[in-house]
Design a protein around this ligand. Structure first.
Ligand code: ADP
Length: 602
């Protein structure tokens, strides 16, 4: 296998990989590129994509003024060939996992502010020239749109490159304050360097922004896995340029210092405003506080179940364990098909056909893998001292014992390259890269996530699972469900892997996504997060009382952002200036745009 140029390390770049993972990252990159058949980049077909309603002259003048404000080196036109790169060398110009044409959802330029004051300057500039801006922190929101702005030609405000300081780690309060460019890798390494007995909580991949992931309401896998629920205090630039601190941060500290309880108490006084700055386009978050966890003993384990039909019983068994908090974290329940995928081997290794891999083929291969011929695989972790972990595991085993044929494994029962070892790290707050192996499944692979929420109840889980089984088969995609199961709700996350060099495969993936969203909504289930191209459709499913929630969001949007400059269309929230002018993507408009263009004919 060819060795590619080494990915940047954290010592070289704020978004790089820790030196401890450098060789793993190199192998991941080499493996990924070995499956690529599409060129790294193709010549641009179009010149700079201008913001809507702008002439080139007006745009050039606006860019000249922005360069004056930030310094010429901190405003870069997006006029070079687009390079998708890969996770650790990702673009900030477009969606590396493009669903529509690579050159369609692109920015006109990238601005790199170096301080909150400079973010305010960018916002004031955007209002003056009425140019839409789109903030990103690190821009690794893979599967949800990456760095791409929803309105082509927006100026991407890349906060991470120059605003990447860990502003504080308070060991006594077990909390920290970070800027947008601090990755899970960077925060973890700093805590190790300071030898603090604290854990962070990381998602499956550790390269994302701690702040960006939390405001997009991402999740992780320690007991503090709900990232937004474990934040405490924000500093936000509003779309009119005003600066806001939420929570106790609104009360000035003595002598101009930060408030001493900013990272101690979340809601402070009056309406709890933080929530409206998550999954929205109401402000640019420049600082955010987070709670950290105290390190503890922990034990990861894997349980396999024999039959596909056990699924409802597994869900029913998990619910009381989770509600009583016997389960230590949010466990994952995965279909055995994923055991093939997480080996990092391509689909062609297992199956030579082009159709979804048949169940009997999965069964045949699984029987040769450590999990054996099984149906569902449960990954959990327990926390506490040795004695309490033992009691917890005894309770868990006896709850699952009712399901015939279940098997229990500890990490040392499994080979050293088995996926459980990476889960054990993630579930104890150590950021890793293993989940990238998904992308070896197909050449030029990209993925979309379909992520509905259901109650933790067999009947509901079955409905959503059956919709997924039927529609994945209809559109010809392998079904890879991962269920993150809490006591009252579960995130059912289906990972739709497509070849981004194939327009027809993209069209099928978009069709599958659209129909999944629609069918789930008809049954009463909605998504917790989605790709920017499906945001309008998902937002519309939350339409109770003739769309009261969206009217509320639009009222806030119009009040805070009268010129509609901040991330128009993000999460389906369009400012007045854009509403009803053909920007919303409903029906088959994403499929129709593939190979064409996404912008409306105004
Ligand atoms: P990641 O955290 O994975 O690196 P991003 O930086 O791409 O992800 O952030 C995810 C999404 O959240 C972005 O597409 C953007 O819409 C929004 N976002 C990210 N950072 C900010 C921020 N500091 N202020 C407001 N919105 C942000």
């Amino acid at each position: 296998m060819k060795t590619r140029t080494p990915p940047p390390t954290l010592t070289e770049k704020y978004s790089g990989v820790p030196p401890r993972l450098a060789s793993i990252a190199q192998q991941a990159k080499d493996r990924l590129y070995s499956h690529r058949t599409a060129p790294e980049s193709i010549p641009r077909r179009h010149d700079v994509r201008l913001p809507p309603d702008t002439t080139r002259e007006a745009f050039d003048e606006a860019i000249r003024m922005l360069r004056q404000a930030l310094g010429p080196e901190n405003v870069v036109l997006n006029d070079q060939p687009l390079v998708d790169g890969w996770y650790l060398e990702h673009p900030n110009t477009h969606d590396a996992f493009h669903m529509v044409d690579q050159e369609d959802l692109v920015c006109s330029a990238v601005a790199y502010p170096g301080s909150t004051a400079e973010v305010q300057a960018v916002v004031r500039w955007a209002n003056e020239y009425e140019i839409p801006i789109y903030p990103i922190s690190i821009g690794r929101n893979v599967g949800y749109g990456g760095s791409a702005p929803r309105v082509p030609g927006s100026v991407v405000v890349d906060l991470g490159r120059r605003m990447n300081k860990i502003l504080d780690i308070d060991a006594e309060n077990a909390s920290c304050v970070v800027e947008p460019g601090v990755s899970y890798f960077a925060l973890y390494e700093e805590i190790q360097k300071r030898k603090l007995p604290l854990w962070i909580d990381t998602p499956d991949l550790g390269g994302g922004s701690v702040l960006g992931n939390a405001i997009d309401r991402g999740v992780g896998y320690t007991p503090m896995g709900d990232h937004f629920a474990n934040h405490c205090g924000m500093e936000i630039v509003l779309p009119n340029g005003e600066l806001l601190r939420t929570g106790m941060g609104a009360l000035p500290g003595k002598g101009g210092a930060d408030n001493p309880t900013w990272q101690s108490f979340q809601p402070a006084y009056g309406p709890y405003s933080d929530g409206v700055f998550s999954q929205s386009n109401f402000g640019i978050v420049c600082q955010m506080g987070f709670w950290l966890m105290h390190e503890t003993d922990h034990q990861s384990y894997m349980i396999t179940f024999a039959r596909d039909e056990d699924f409802p019983d597994i869900v029913e068994a998990i619910r009381p364990l989770a509600q009583k908090r016997i389960l230590g974290n949010i466990p994952q329940l995965r279909h055995v098909a994923q055991e093939l995928n997480v080996t990092g081997l391509p689909k062609s290794h297992w199956y030579s056909g082009t159709s979804p891999i048949p169940r009997d083929v999965i069964r045949k291969h699984a029987s040769q893998l450590p999990c054996g011929d099984c149906s569902w695989v449960f990954y959990g972790t327990q926390y506490g001292d040795e004695a309490s972990i033992k009691t917890q595991l005894d309770t868990i085993k006896s709850a699952f014992a009712a399901i015939k044929g279940y098997k229990f494994f500890l990490p040392f029962d499994l080979p050293t390259d088995h996926y459980i070892h990476s889960r054990a790290l993630v579930c104890s707050g150590v950021p890793v890269l293993r989940e990238l192996d998904w992308l070896n499944w197909k050449p030029n692979a990209a993925h979309l996530f379909f992520s509905p929420i259901t109650p933790t109840r067999a009947a509901d889980a079955k409905v959503v699972h059956e919709i997924n089984v039927r529609l994945h088969a209809k559109y010809g995609f392998d079904l890879f469900p991962t269920l993150c199961v809490a006591g009252r709700e579960m995130h059912y996350i289906a990972n739709i892997i497509y070849d981004r060099s194939s327009a027809s495969e993209k069209r099928r993936a978009a069709g599958l996504m659209r129909e999944l969203i629609a069918e789930a909504a008809r049954e009463g289930y909605g998504e917790y997060r989605t790709h920017i191209l499906f945001a309008d459709q998902v937002a519309k499913t939350y339409g109770w009382n003739n769309g009261a929630l969206m009217r509320f969001n639009e009222t806030i949007k119009d009040a805070l952002d009268p010129n509609g400059i901040l991330a128009p269309g993000r999460n389906g929230i369009w400012p007045r200036k854009y509403r009803g002018k053909g920007w919303e993507l409903f029906g088959d408009s994403v499929e129709m745009a593939i190979g064409g263009t996404i912008a409306p004919k105004l």
